[in-house]
Ligand binder design. Structure first.
Ligand code: SAH
Ligand code: F3S
Length: 487
């Protein structure tokens, strides 16, 4: 039988990127080969995001295009997986009746079984965690959770062999129910993975060649796991320490933190554990206490800035990133100005800004009017974009003349493009890739630099010579040995 091909397109957050990697791993074990052209695929999967309306519309437009390809290949199986399925499987089935397989993010371990059903019966197959996981008695909930845990534990080398940087989930779901957010509805209640499993998975990844691990959770600082036999609770700071011990691991990161219950032991762990990078993603969402209250975020702007001050004091050189929503229900010009003031006060390395998008079933959608006109949302969004441009450039210029330690990820995309164009023009057979490499600093700045190919995958020292709002440019220090981290 010829090899079956799978095409998987991922939308949304890092958690989805990880889910997709795990799904591809499962499918490769079934004999599938990944392809990046859906026209030639036997199985096409879209891993969806529900966090904003636009992300869902994008998924629908991709599905329409894929459905056209299916008319040429009637045996093609089309699957929709991820958050949109959990939120609105009825809607997907109505708008896209040709979809064969639907699977929510809490059931991805069931994909092989769903595929078998579709292949045997040609009937639409569906798996959801749905709202019943909240109602299940706790023993059943654990059982459900144990089977999805196997998905994370089934981790193998990704088909493209890219293992340098890896994500490891430490937490599923979220219990915070911010009034604007759909995540608690799509990914279910917060469940923390056993630390022993997280360490096993991380160690396996390091054995496969990972140098950098990013731990993932929606509110990762609330991570806590109590061992039922010893009664001992492992919190995020303890977990960082345990993963930090893995020999061969060079860098450790964790995202996303919730500003509400952020304890000092995490900051101390960041300070004391050399592999933990000085980078904190701490979404504020707004700088106005009235808006924060309507958003049901459980902190004030003052508490947020106090936390930032503690972080700066405890972890020297810490770099900060944040998320902001503009145009949330009832947001006035004065409230928006408070957000701008908070942003200036904090001085982020990077901010991610979003226009409020009402999500069905959330508290805000049910009880607050989406009354900020689109034009105003756009203008406020632009204010934040402007800030980002201005501060990004100033932040990067501060690096000129300094040396930084970077983990070299590969060839710079711009360099690859230029070389490919060159190759096309000259039709060279003996084409050699350029020596423009790209990597990241500990504090997450992107650095493009000149250096030998052998540096890929290494920690090296780079001397920064120029900067733009998005990237740093430099020269590798080829005289020094690659920088090392003391284990
Ligand atoms: N777990 C993260 C965020 C998850 S969603 C946290 O604790 O904040 C990622 C980001 O999308 C959020 O931080 C928020 O800024 C944005 N977002 C979430 N819901 C949104 C909505 N309804 N409209 C616009 N942006 C939204
Ligand atoms: Fe969403 Fe708030 Fe949780 S933004 S993921 S409900 S912390």
């Amino acid at each position: 039988m010829p090899t079956k091909r799978v095409y998987l397109e991922t939308m949304g957050c890092q958690m989805n990127v990880l889910d997709s990697e795990l799904v591809i791993g499962q499918l490769c074990a079934l004999g599938y080969k990944p392809t990046d052209d859906y026209h030639t695929a036997d199985l096409v999967l879209i891993n969806t995001c529900s966090v904003r309306h636009r992300a869902e519309e994008k998924a629908y437009s991709r599905l329409t295009a894929i459905a056209r390809a299916k008319t040429e290949r009637p045996n093609m199986i089309i699957g929709v997986i991820g958050c949109m399925v959990e939120r609105d499987h009825e809607g997907i089935r109505q708008r896209c009746p040709y979809v064969d397989l639907l699977c929510g993010p809490g059931n991805l371990n069931e994909i092989p079984a769903l595929l078998a059903t579709v292949e045997e019966t040609r009937v639409q197959a569906i798996a959801l965690e749905h709202d019943h996981s909240r109602r299940l008695p706790s023993a059943e909930r654990t059982l459900l959770y144990n089977s999805i845990e196997e998905l994370d534990m089934s981790r193998r080398t990704p088909p493209d062999g890219r293992t340098l940087q890896a994500y490891v989930r430490v937490q599923r779901g979220c219990d915070k129910f911010c009034s604007f957010c759909v995540v608690p509805f799509t990914r279910g209640p917060e469940r923390n993975r056993p630390p022993a499993n997280i360490v096993i998975e991380a160690r396996r990844l390091v054995d496969m060649g990972a140098k950098e691990i990013t731990l993932l959770g929606q509110t990762i600082n609330s991570y806590a796991y109590t061992d039922s036999s010893t009664g001992r609770t492992v919190r995020l700071a303890d977990l960082l320490e345990q993963v930090h011990e893995i020999e061969g691991l060079q860098r450790l990161r964790f995202v996303t933190s919730y500003p509400g219950d952020f304890t000092d032991d995490i900051l101390q762990a960041m300070r004391d554990l050399p592999k933990v990078c000085e980078y904190l993603h701490l979404p504020a969402q707004s700088g106005s206490n009235a808006v924060l209250k309507r958003m049901r975020r459980r902190y004030t702007a003052e508490q947020y800035t106090e936390l930032i001050a503690r972080a700066r004091e405890t972890v020297p050189g810490i770099s900060l990133a944040g998320d902001f929503i503009v145009g949330f229900c009832g947001e006035t010009d004065a409230e928006h100005a408070e957000t701008l003031a908070l942003i200036e006060r904090v001085g982020y390395k990077n901010i991610y800004m979003f226009k409020y998008s009402p999500r069905p079933a959330t508290v805000a959608d049910r009880s607050l009017p989406d009354d900020v006109p689109e034009a105003v949302k756009k203008r406020r969004h632009l204010d934040l974009v402007e800030y980002q441009k201005r501060s990004g450039l100033a932040h990067h210029q501060g690096f000129i003349g300094r040396t930084v330690e970077i983990l070299v990820e590969g060839f710079s995309k711009a360099a690859i493009k230029a070389q490919e164009a060159e190759q096309e023009r000259n039709n060279h057979v003996s084409w050699k890739r350029g020596d423009q490499l790209v990597g990241r600093t500990r504090t997450d700045e992107i650095v493009v630099f000149t250096g030998p190919k052998s540096m890929i995958g290494q920690l090296v020292t780079v001397w920064i010579t120029a900067a733009t709002a998005l990237t740093l440019h430099g020269e590798a220090d080829q005289t020094s040995a690659p920088a090392t981290v003391v284990d």
